[in-house]
Design a protein around this ligand. Sequence first.
Ligand SMILES: [Zn+2]
Length: 241
Amino acid sequence: MEIIDSHTHWGPSVSMGTGVTTQEILKQAEQSGVSGIVVFPFPSTALADEEINERLLDEAKKIKKFIPYYYIPETMKPIPKEEGFCGGKWHWMRGIQDSSSNYEALKDPRLEQFIEASEKIDLPIVFEEEFPFTEAFVNKTKTLKVIIPHLGMLGGNPIDFLSAFKERENVYFDTALASPDTVMRFIEKIGHERILFGSDIPFGTMKWELEKVLSLPIGDDKKESILSKNLERLIGSNQIV
Ligand SMILES: [Zn+2]
């Protein structure tokens, strides 16, 4: 069964004073039998210097397993797909990470252009904000593929995210750091096709997060969707080969 990790952080972290090396990610991938790894820069590093996006892309060109995502800057520049990015990371735009969204960002005239351009680019965006912010954003688009990390855990109550987005075919969720019970609740409500396996290295480990998905009481075909097929469908042919 092919396994792709849809959520890891790569490179230096300015706020943590440390970071995650390519070797560390590859070591975990080796131990867990993971063959593809989505990587994005740490927020603090990307905010200090957008150049990290290019460094991450260069690394992904060398490391075949890496699937690079673009950190969307505060200027709301859409993903430069032609450069080889396979997705994007939207992270508490001008707000306080893991704590409070900045609702002024929703009034920025560039937001409409960003959404319109992103719909055309048609790559997934890992999107993390408070629940009301996320809901306002999702209401602006029917086609942009939005991946909510941790089943929404850091932006509020996962059950609120589930209720609001259960009918939204363009909204996906990743399993990183979520409890198996909550993952099952999501699968029962929306099926397995909008759920993605993610580890959130360095905040989680691939081994632990993978074992969590493998031990869910569902069939292997559903596990395979969550572990790789769903993400492959999302990133399509843009994946670097
Ligand atoms: Zn993360």
